[in-house]
Design a protein. Structure first.
Length: 71
């Protein structure tokens, strides 16, 4: 055990410095994206758009960049 303690200062450590405000801001941004997608899905459903299930930003809204960029 003494050999481990001797090398303890060479161990990498990590800390997370996230505030509650930034966490809430990220959640709010995700909720905004999901609300935009829900509205777009409703609009396309009412228009009987058969392509709505082939649009990646509607299928995977949190991964598609188009809604996050405001397009």
């Amino acid at each position: 055990m003494a050999a481990l303690a001797k090398d303890a200062d060479h161990v990498i450590s990590a800390t997370i410095q996230t505030s509650a405000a930034s966490f809430a801001a990220r959640l709010t941004a995700k909720a905004d994206v999901l609300a935009q997608v829900a509205a777009e899905n409703i609009r396309r459903e009412r228009a009987l758009d058969p392509w709505r299930w082939r649009r990646p930003q509607l299928l995977w809204p949190l991964f598609a960049a188009s809604f996050r960029k405001g397009r």
